[in-house]
Design a protein around this ligand. Sequence first.
Ligand code: ADP
Ligand code: MG
Length: 352
Amino acid sequence: MVSVTVQNLEKVFPPNVYALRDVNVTIKDGEFLVVLGPSGSGKTTFIRCIAGLETPTKGRILFGDAPVIDVERGINIPPAKRNVGMVFQNWALYPHMKVFDNIAFPLKIKKLPKSEIERRVKEVAEALEISNLLDRYPRQLSGGQQQRVAIARALVKEPQVLLMDEPFSNLDARLRISAREFVKSLQRRLKITTILVTHDQHDAYALADRLMVINNGVVQQISTTDEVLNNPANIFVAQFFGDPPINILEGEGRGDHVDLGDLKIPIPAPQGKLQVGIRPTDIYIADQPLSPEDLELKPGRVLLVEYLGFTPVAVVKWERIEVRAVMYNKLKEGSLARVFLKKEGVKLFQNG
Ligand code: ADP
Ligand code: MG
């Protein structure tokens, strides 16, 4: 199919809302990129610029070697000629059209012959397992089924690029999981270059080949999900991606160790004030270390046991600091606990 290259992309909405600032990324042919960021971070603007529904104020976007927009050179290929499929957040199905006609719509616009339209709609409906729904109206479908129809409509044109804007946000938790699995396996099967934007870190973790984290229109990090988890570029990324949420503590670097309130952690650290990130999975309560390399800290008091997802997580307190730590035993609240640390999981951030 095609790669997508975004260079120096900027979008300013009048008078001066910087929705995107100098975004640079290349999505490889057949790759699944997830764009993750909080509400208002510029995600929708980003994919609308790729689709051609929004005109950037600076920069360029290429499909393969061919620019679809180049602001400086005055090139701007209209949306209909970009050959992208787009799935909108609210799916935007036509309520007065049956499923067949909803899916056929982009082909009718292209004035394809009726027999060709019929063949392609049936083909895509089969791939999405909605062949039995073609005679229904959208209101007669469940959320998950409506979403499949929206995806079918995006795919029926055989686009070079598939763009999805928060496609799971209208689905309940259980359907969301099966819809994610479905989208991922479909993308693998069709090998279509795909960009999906979401504010939901679980969507991102489940789907991404690579992840682009964005905040306030500025790209924070582009990498594999594991790399973003293990080596977050900054505190924002560390806090935005990871479940259970990371502990962030004030520390003081001392060359060969970090002072962390009551604790002393023997890892190399630059001198001076630091912010220290430790994921609850890297600091844990257990009767024995999980691995002989793990460091035992001073015993801490279990203040509270909570369940984040289905994982028991303890709030542990020493004299001056408290952290959330995954719990591998059944200690009661109030007990003194053995606490272990995976030193390699400790993340140090200077100047926020
Ligand atoms: P997201 O999809 O991540 O929630 P958006 O791309 O929709 O973010 O918006 C990014 C920023 O641009 C926000 O501050 C939003 O208010 C602003 N914005 C989006 N569309 C417009 C518009 N048409 N006019 C003015 N500001 C807009
Ligand atoms: Mg949006």
